[in-house]
Design a protein around this ligand. Structure first.
Ligand code: HEM
Ligand code: HEM
Length: 147
């Protein structure tokens, strides 16, 4: 086992995941504020909507970074994919975050997409918990043998 490259893989994964969770909660707060303000018939500060959009773009980037690191690292190390449920959950999270972003960008045209966006984001939280859980299990499978 090539220890340095393997630690490198999961260290970036853990940091990116930390930032991804941070952006998720920033999105929950800014999105929730937008929702509340709209329900009160208010508009709120001008920066709120673009801020939510920019943080959202950041989350999409982080998730695809994690997906690429996971796939490249696993193929580089094992020569194949699919060593645990982590693969399926990783792909699911990447799909959910894409649907969330695409639905959000079309809310102006089709207002019912607002509810798709919100529902998908609840599923996304469950997906994040699942992918962190299985990622952590995978990490522990290797760490004790090598440290
Ligand atoms: C995947 C990344 C995300 C992107 C690109 C994104 C983008 C957007 C955009 C552009 C809107 C405004 C739609 C409009 O009024 O035209 C919106 C609305 C909203 N977003 Fe997000 N979002 C993302 C993730 C999230 C997450 C993770 C949450 C909550 C956990 C969230 C909660 C909300 C809510 C509640 C609204 C409705 C605001 C309202 O009623 O006016 N978003 N999102
Ligand atoms: C959105 C978050 C994440 C995505 C999309 C993702 C995606 C992936 C994918 C697709 C693989 C290939 C799995 C396989 O073919 O069996 C992988 C592997 C891996 N991931 Fe992740 N991952 C994420 C988060 C994490 C986290 C939080 C950790 C650890 C803290 C982690 C640790 C690993 C490790 C150690 C591997 C090597 C696989 C193995 O030995 O079976 N990942 N990841």
């Amino acid at each position: 086992m090539n220890l340095p490259s393997f630690l490198w893989l999961w260290r970036i994964a853990a940091w990116s995941m930390g930032f991804a969770l941070l952006t998720y909660f920033a999105l929950a707060i800014s999105g929730g504020s937008l929702f509340y303000l709209r329900s009160q018939g208010k508009t709120g500060p001008d920066f709120l909507r673009p801020l939510h959009l920019i943080i959202g773009a950041l989350l999409v980037l982080l998730v695809f970074l994690l997906l690429s690191i996971g796939i490249v690292g696993t193929i580089g190390h094992f020569g194949s994919l699919g060593h645990s449920p982590h693969l399926l959950l990783g792909i699911l999270v990447a799909l959910l975050v894409s649907v969330s972003a695409i639905s959000a960008l079309n809310i102006q045209k089709y207002s019912w997409l607002r509810w798709v966006h919100i529902a998908i984001n609840f599923l996304l939280l469950a997906g994040f918990i699942g992918v962190s859980w299985t990622g952590w299990i995978v990490v522990q499978k290797y760490l004790p043998k090598n440290l």
